[in-house]
Design a protein around this ligand. Sequence first.
Ligand code: PMP
Length: 428
Amino acid sequence: MNREKSARLHEQAMDVILGGVNSPSRSFKAVGGGAPVTMERAQGAYFWDVDGNRYIDYLAAYGPIITGHAHPHITKAISEAAANGTLYGTPTPWEIKFATMIREAIPSMERIRFNNSGTEAVMTCIRVARAYTGRVKVIKFAGCYHGHSDLVLVAAGSGPSTLGIPDSAGIPQSIASEVITVPFNDTEAFREAIRVWGAETACVLVEPIVGNFGIVPPKPGFLESVNEIAHEAGALVVYDEVITAFRFCYGGAQNLLGVEPDLTALGKIIGGGLPIGAYGGRREIMEQVAPLGPAYQAGTMAGNPASIRAGIACLEVLKQPGVYEEFERLGALLEAGIRKSADAHGIKVQVNRVKGALAVYFTDHPVYDYDTAQAADGELFARFFRLMLDEGICLAPSKYEAWFVTTAHTEADIRDTIAAVDRSFAKL
Ligand code: PMP
């Protein structure tokens, strides 16, 4: 597949955009480097790059594009918003409608605030939890990404009773040392962390189904135990549902799994492809936030009619009957095809899947936490990734990023993808 123009544009980009990309995950660094593909147009389940090549898209922009690209219902909503002014700096009727829709779907979000990104939503949940509890420390699970604010870019120390170390330059050790990191799906490690730090812990930050090192569901009882142990210690439970909300059902993973947090952070899907974040939770906790309470959070762009109306339109599409059943059907078909092909070619893979989101790990060990995901063979994935790109299949350039099926994918797309997987496995 010829991608000369992409390569040329990448050289130009390197000269003016830092690293040639506006988010590091878009670079091909994790798959051996080189020019990322520069896309020019997207429609439904497909991308076209600047050289005119077509790809079936499983990146879905790292999650938000659950209805496929340029969905007519969402495009219409955005056009109408644009024609009526994109930013008011006042209350609007659409934000009330949208908050009501979200609360109906995720009842634990008794009061809601919109902002502009998942990063902001999580960052503010932590501030609110700290304001409410009067405590400082935060417990998170290893490998889970919660945006790029200082507090959550922290890696595990060497055990549950050791404090975090910054995962990025520019983050003070004093901030990192407020974070305790424990392995996902390890109730005993969490219990130990709470035993040591519980009295100082404002909140525990949880992706109820992990979406940031592939797709990793909680073991039965894990989330229930986290809730119980955290609450016993007086700490709040914050669900980061930036990836998970409206992906597996019309609601949060919390609704699918039947566990309720105190606060929830949202993003991605709820913007219908435009920038958005939202957070919310129990009324008395949310009442910490200005103008009602002493915790400050604000935003010039927050609740802008374009993002809000795109979000409403996106949820209207997802609320149609049969949407999540179809994700399950197509996801299961894709999973079965990948497994069958891997068996036929003697390639050891693990496929983790919930509905239309799946992860393919090149490892023979089940993946249930960050360490087991890290064990996946990155070199083998890099070769697979490039073979798939040449087959016209766009995946994320990372050995454990999820593949997302959208409402635009057809059974024919899935079958074409399975055939491409089979040819790629044959060449590995
Ligand atoms: N939380 C989770 C679980 C995420 O996956 C992400 C983004 N990948 C974020 C927070 C941050 O969201 P944003 O990129 O919109 O700031």
